[in-house]
Design a protein around this ligand. Structure first.
Ligand code: MSP
Length: 656
């Protein structure tokens, strides 16, 4: 069931920041995707032609270091994390039109063209950089900008950077940027963040920005000087136009022409600076219109402050979804975050919110309405038009909600918008108490009035559900279906009495069950304990996974591989990892010691045929002479799998 959009109001292009592929995103990063998604969904239903872009920021020193620690090439590393991020966005229902990756070829090519263009027109020049670099923030700082010798943004250690570099002439555009702020007072939302930009950065004077790095490799190469890679923020920010098909060579895609300039960049407060100073200046230099607004939202924090792996207090969206379901998680984060401040997430408060808002107010209203419709009218809800004065207040609350919600959405006050919607449901619950349908049901003469009461509830729900759809889409769809009502067009949210006779479901599903906090917390704590234990475990010692140089066929031919059948196997005392295997190779029997005890039990291996190197020099392991090596595959987590012939073949057969 889809809401029909009939009155196209114009284009609406909305973006999130693109997440670093340095690791799995926590619920804070995920919140931003949900926030922008709820806006994209709202404006789609409200009749706009919406384009919604999100994605991943995949270059930079931090990622290069992470990949190295994980024993992977940077590309392998970012491929893994980017798909994890996309999976999480999908899991929480982020309805993006484009998921861009900064390793996408067309993005890379355009960034190179942009860099060259800016260099050729004199906005970028070559010099040398001497200062400090914060790798986690990928930010440059001068000595005087540091706070107690640390990064002024995140408080972490900075590294000395002393390298030949390209610079962008920021100061050249400072006055124009200031004028843009003055002419567009709503450019930065909330206004407190604008004041911060003006007072802390623009007024003291903009310094030229270092826009290339040469001390590491994982970035977009400057194509006319390949010792350098493009500074990750210049690379990342341009995603907003490359994702629309801006090419910087005069062949821009129609999408770019249709949707740029962007209506809003939704970003966290920590990166407002990059979006409201660097980004507009790069765009001015490229002679491209500036985005209309940047909304810098607050951070979702844990009770004790930031989430951190070392504190073991990181909350992930997939764990929350496992416990509470996608829509409850969306609802929680959207309501927990104030418009212009940080919000707090705790497992307990998620449970409280589900119980109070979603189960008691919303779910309860839906289930009472359906239950009474079934009980008194066999599920058939009809407008008998037996009005009473008390109905008006309910109708007013329902029909005035769209204007209020719409205003709040326009101001990025998402939790306020949701609380406007919840007040419809609260009012409807009160209406049930006021009209007491169970009392009306006692008198046959009240049947007409009883039908109108139920009709008013269904009609009110239809308005409320349409408004709530952008925030908890799947649940609203379910509720519409259960009520037997077609999802309502946003143009009709200020009208009452449109629903035709409906037939509610005979078997309603509980949309949000009330949770027993103590019981759920017991399970949550168990999960957290297990995770922390897992994290504290020494990491598996991986074999060397780095790419090896090419070899000749003769090199490979030196290795003798054969199929061996395990005829006996036992654990080796004194060793957790090693097993002693007796294997049959045709006529020959050998003993092999293999480090696969954590992956396989001796019982499992007996009778199996597997691949073995037979010409490795024998060596003693735990006092036992090993006469060969079992060949295994190993993944990034150190999990092993031995290799076995695709169909049965005699032991002793050669592998080549
Ligand atoms: N890669 C840059 C953004 C480049 S945009 C051209 C980056 N990535 S990030 O992964 O660190 O953050 C992605 C977004 O999540 C940012 O907007 C950031 O502010 C936001 N958040 C990070 N932690 C957050 C919370 N705890 N709460 C809410 N938002 C959070 O920055």
């Amino acid at each position: 069931m889809h809401l029909e959009v009939t009155n196209l109001k114009g284009k609406y292009y909305i973006t999130t920041a693109i997440a670093y592929t340095s690791g799995k995103p926590h619920i804070g990063n995920t919140y931003e995707a949900i926030l922008a998604d709820s806006m994209a969904r709202f404006y789609r239903l409200d009749g706009y032609d919406v384009r919604f872009q999100t994605g991943t920021d995949e270059h930079g020193q931090k990622i290069e270091e992470k990949a190295k620690n994980a024993n992977k090439t940077p590309q392998q590393f970012v491929d893994g994390v980017a798909s994890e991020i996309r999976d999480i966005w999908d899991m929480v229902g982020v309805s993006y039109d484009k998921f861009i990756r900064t390793t996408d070829n067309d993005h890379v090519k355009t960034v190179q063209r942009i860099f060259k263009k800016l260099y050729e027109q004199g906005d970028i020049y070559k010099g040398s950089y001497e200062g400090w670099y914060c790798t986690p923030c990928e930010s440059f700082w001068t000595e005087s900008q540091l706070k107690d010798g640390k990064c002024p943004d995140c408080g972490r250690e900075v590294k000395k950077a002393n390298e030949e570099a390209y610079f962008f002439k920021m100061s050249k555009y400072a006055d124009r940027l200031m004028k843009y702020y003055e002419d567009n007072p709503d450019f930065i939302v909330p206004v407190s963040r604008k004041n911060e930009m003006v007072n802390n950065f623009l007024k003291p004077g903009l310094q030229d920005l270092c826009v290339s790095r040469s001390s590491f490799k994982w970035g977009i190469p400057v194509d006319f000087d390949d010792k350098h890679v493009v500074y990750v923020w210049l690379d990342a920010l341009t995603n907003y136009i490359t994702g629309l098909g801006y090419t910087a060579d005069g062949n821009d895609d129609q999408l770019y022409k249709d949707y740029w300039p962007c209506n809003v960049h939704v970003v966290g407060k920590d990166i407002v600076r990059f979006h409201t100073i660097y980004w507009p200046i790069f765009l001015m230099a490229l002679d491209i219109p500036l985005p209309k607004q940047v909304y810098g939202h607050g951070w979702l924090l844990q009770e004790g402050g930031k989430m951190s792996k070392s504190k073991g207090n990181v909350i992930y969206a997939d764990d929350l979804v496992k416990f509470f379901g996608k829509d409850a998680v969306r609802y929680y984060v959207l309501t927990a975050m104030p418009h212009d401040n940080d919000g707090i997430i705790t497992w307990e408060s998620v449970i409280e919110t589900i119980n109070s808002d979603l189960a008691n107010v919303f779910g309860n209203l839906v289930s009472r309405t359906i239950a009474m419709s079934n009980k008194y009218f066999d599920g058939k809800v009809e407008n008998t038009n037996v009005k009473e004065a008390i109905d008006q207040e309910l109708k007013d609350v329902a029909t005035s909600a769209y204007a209020k919600v719409s205003k709040k959405m326009g101001e990025y006050k998402i939790s306020d918008a949701i609380s406007e919607i919840m007040s419809i449901f609260r009012r409807a619950n009160k209406y049930i108490d006021e009209t007491a349908p169970w009392v009306l049901a006692k008198e046959e003469s009240n049947r007409g009035r009883l039908a109108t009461v139920l009709y008013n509830l269904v009609e009110t729900l239809s308005i409320g559900l349409a408004l709530l759809t952008p925030f908890i889409p799947d649940t609203c769809k379910k509720a519409f279906d259960m009520l037997g009502v077609t999802a309502r067009d946003y143009q009709d949210l200020d009208k009452f009495g449109l629903t035709e006779t409906t037939k509610v479901t005979a078997t309603p599903e509980i949309l949000f069950a009330r949770l027993d906090s103590a019981k759920v917390m017991e399970q949550v704590n168990k999960m957290i304990e297990e995770k922390n234990k897992e994290q504290a475990k020494p990491q598996v010692q991986l074999h060397d996974h780095s790419l090896k140089p090419q070899i000749e066929i003769d090199d490979f031919a030196k290795v003798q591989l054969k199929i061996a059948k395990v005829i006996a196997c036992e654990k080796i005392e004194k060793s957790k990892k090693l097993l002693k295997l007796t294997v049959q190779l045709g006529e020959e029997t050998r003993t092999v010691v293999s480090g696969i005890a954590l992956a396989y039990s001796p019982e499992y291996l007996i009778g199996k045929k597997l691949m073995m190197v037979t010409n490795l020099k024998p060596c003693k392991l735990c006092g036992i002479m090993s006469e060969g090596m079992i060949v295994c595959a190993e993944n990034d987590k150190g999990e092993l799998a031995f290799l076995t012939p695709e169909r049965d073949i005699e032991d002793g057969s050669q592998v080549f």
